[in-house]
Each structure stands twice: as C-alpha cells, then as structure tokens.
Design a protein around this ligand. Structure first.
Ligand code: NAI
Ligand code: MG
Length: 358
C-alpha cells in the first residue's frame, strides 16, 4: 500500500548501547503504525554508533558524523554509555556535539502521571501531575572552559567556567513562555542567586525581562534547593519550569522519578528554529544491568517518538501514540517488570503499536 505524495520524513536512528538497541525498534514500530493511520511515512536510517564501536575505532562517531546527520528531519536516539568506556567519552563524543552543533538549546521533558502507574508521591490521581521541565542545553555550567594546574601536587587545582549569555538565556526562556501559552499559563524559574552571585542574578534579570514581555503568564522563581523539595511535596504546583543546564539536568531526572519509572520518561533536544535536526531520546540510559534480556520498558522511547512527530507537525499522530500508551497502561495490557509486570519489551511495543492503529 503506497500513497505517493504522502508526507515523508527521513529519520536518523542511533540505537547506541545496551537497552537502546532493544527499545528503539519499538519506538519505530509505534511511529510506523501512526504513519499508516495518519498518512505519512518515516524512512529510518540506522547509524551504528556506540561504545562498542568506540572500542573498535577509537571514535563514538565518524569524523564527519554531524555532516551525515545534518540532512535528516529528526534524530531518534536510544542511549549511549557502557561499562568499559568512561561516561565522559560517550557523552562528549556523541551526545554533546549533536546537542551543541545542532543548537538544540532546549531540552524538554514532559512529566505527567499516567494511569496505571504508582507515583512516588501519595494521593495523586492520574493527570494530577502534569508539567514540563525546560532545561538550557547548550551553555551554562556544562562548559569546556577551564583547566587544571599542578596535577599530582598539594597545590593541585581545577577550575571550570560557567557561561551564561544573554542570547542563551533569552532563547530558552522565550521557549518556556511560549510553551506556557499553550498550557496552564505559568512559568517557574530555577535559580540560586543567593549563592551564585554573578551568573544567577543575571539569569533572574533575564527572566524578569522576559516575564514583562508576557504579562498574561504567571511567574515565580525558587532557589534550586527548595525547588527540589517542592517537586516532591507539591508537584501539582507546576506547569513549565525553566532552568540552567545543571539545574535543569537535576530537575529533569527528579521530575520523572516523582511520577514513576525512569523507563517511561521521554525527552526532546530541540532546535526550535529548525535550522538543524532535533533529537529525541528517552531519559534513561543504556541500563547495562538488564541489557540483552528483552525486558526493558520501551515506553520512554515510544513517547519520545511521539514528541518527534509533534515537532515534525504530526500532532494528531503524536496524540494517538500518547493515548495508546495511556490505554495500554490504564487497562490490563502487558507491562514490564519495572512497573510491576512480567511482559517483555517487544510485547509491550506490539500492544502499543496495535492500539495506535486502532
Ligand atoms: P540507566 O538509566 O541506564 O539505569 C538506571 C536504572 O534504571 C537501572 O537499574 C536500569 O535497569 C533501570 N532502567 C533504565 N531504563 C529502564 C527501562 N527502559 N526499563 C526498565 N528499567 C530501566 O542509568 P545508569 O545505570 O546510571 O547508566 C547506565 C549507562 O547509561 C551509563 O553508561 C550512562 O552514562 C549511560 N546514560 C546514558 C544516557 C543517554 O544516552 N542519554 C542517559 C543516562 C545514562
Ligand atoms: Mg541527566
């Protein structure tokens, strides 16, 4: 069954390591099912870049890897990282170059309590927790400016610069405010301007300036320490939470932990201007402890696929995948061990794909 003239997307799939290789095919299965129903096709090209590859070639990706990815409409990543290869190599050799060179300055993580999932916090109904963390993904505390002196002596020291630019703050904050316009009209800023006395007051100033441009959006801000407590005690307070690279990183793992298994949580690395492909990946890593057994939860990957379709303009297909996830979780459908079931990765993936096609 071909429908010529249908919308067609070229997707670069990077399964990576460990369970990445097991969950990416399930993400593809759901996307393909959505394509059949909504009249588009996704042409996946698989790139076998991984830590295993690094051990053979000394590189996480080829020298021209970014140029190879550039023409694609989206990048669908599993996870990278494996025992035997230091994490900073897998991160700085693949993920960070893609995020930075492709100006994916927004890391977006939706945090929603789904039906059939027991939250780590008590007395919340499905839908009672529904917010997004918008993490700055290109600069901030994760810079490679710095150095070490006098290694191995008593005078040894290490320094690392945090980099906050007006352009970098403004663009991620603007994304957060635009997102809030489509949701509950509320943006929270993560700060620490009492302790970090140059960059964080600057962040606060930019936040206040942006808030003035969006008078209809309610704003507040919390220091990161008490904000982590509020995430656990009052997750229902939040709508869109914007934070620097470091604070956003921490919050965007804490958020999914509050609403259940890390195996469910999705994320998007977005270049909102679409000058470059954006990248979609589950929050979890390669899970070496369960890899190779076909028991990983594929939902984080499948939900990330829905985020990719939404970014590509296939909102109805994205909604259908999210509803299918909720239907399978909320009914007595198959579930993996991390959320109290016995099913395998593929069984869950097939159940969701079947639901998407319904
Ligand atoms: P992890 O997320 O891989 O695993 C943490 C725990 O959660 C493990 O017990 C694992 O079995 C469980 N888990 C994770 N995903 C699951 C799923 N889909 N279904 C069921 N259980 C799941 O984090 P960890 O162990 O800290 O890191 C392992 C490797 O992954 C490291 O090399 C790390 O650098 C890499 N990593 C890569 C990321 C990426 O590619 N973006 C993100 C996080 C970690
Ligand atoms: Mg993290």
């Amino acid at each position: 069954m071909t429908n010529s003239g249908a919308r067609k997307y070229k997707i670069a799939a990077i399964p990576g390591d460990g369970i990445g290789r097991e969950v990416v095919p399930e993400g593809m299965r759901a996307i393909e099912a959505a394509g059949r129903r909504f009249g588009f096709s996704a042409a996946f090209e698989t790139f076998d870049w991984s830590c295993e590859g690094f051990l053979k070639t000394g590189r996480m990706m080829p020298e021209d890897g970014l140029a190879q990815l550039r023409p694609y409409d989206g990048i669908f990543l599993g996870a990278v990282g494996y025992p035997g290869v230091p994490d900073h190599i897998s991160l700085w050799g693949l993920l960070i170059p893609i995020r930075r060179d492709f100006r994916q300055y927004v890391n977006l993580r939706p945090i929603r309590l789904l039906p059939g999932i027991e939250a780590a916090v008590r007395n919340v109904a499905p839908g009672g927790i529904d917010f997004c963390v918008v993490r700055e993904n290109n600069e901030g505390e994760y810079s490679n400016i710095g150095g070490r002196l006098y290694s191995g002596t008593d005078d040894e020291l290490a320094m690392q610069q945090a980099v906050f630019t007006r352009r970098g703050c403004d663009r991620v904050m603007r994304f957060a405010f635009e997102l809030a316009k489509t949701r509950k009209q509320h943006v929270t800023s993560a700060t620490k301007s009492n302790g970090i006395i140059y960059t964080m007051p600057f962040w606060d100033e930019r936040f206040a300036a942006m808030a003035r441009e969006y008078p209809r959006i309610r704003t507040d801000q919390f220091h990161i320490d008490i904000l982590t407590a509020h995430f656990v005690r009052h997750p229902e307070w939040f709508d869109v939470v914007v934070g620097s690279n470091l604070f956003g990183d921490i919050l965007s793992d804490l958020g999914p932990a509050v609403v259940g298994s890390i195996g469910i949580a999705p994320s998007a690395n977005l270049n909102p201007e679409r000058e470059f492909p954006s990248m979609f990946e589950p929050v979890h890593g390669s899970a070496p402890d369960i890899a190779g057994r076909g028991v990983a939860n594929p939902i984080g990957q499948i939900w990330s696929g829905a985020m990719m379709l939404r970014h590509l303009g296939e909102g109805a297909a994205a909604d259908a995948i999210e509803r299918a996830i909720e239907a399978v979780l909320g009914s007595h459908g198959p579930r993996t061990a991390d959320i109290g079931g016995k099913a395998g990765t593929r069984e869950v993936g097939e159940a969701i794909a079947a639901e998407v096609g319904r």
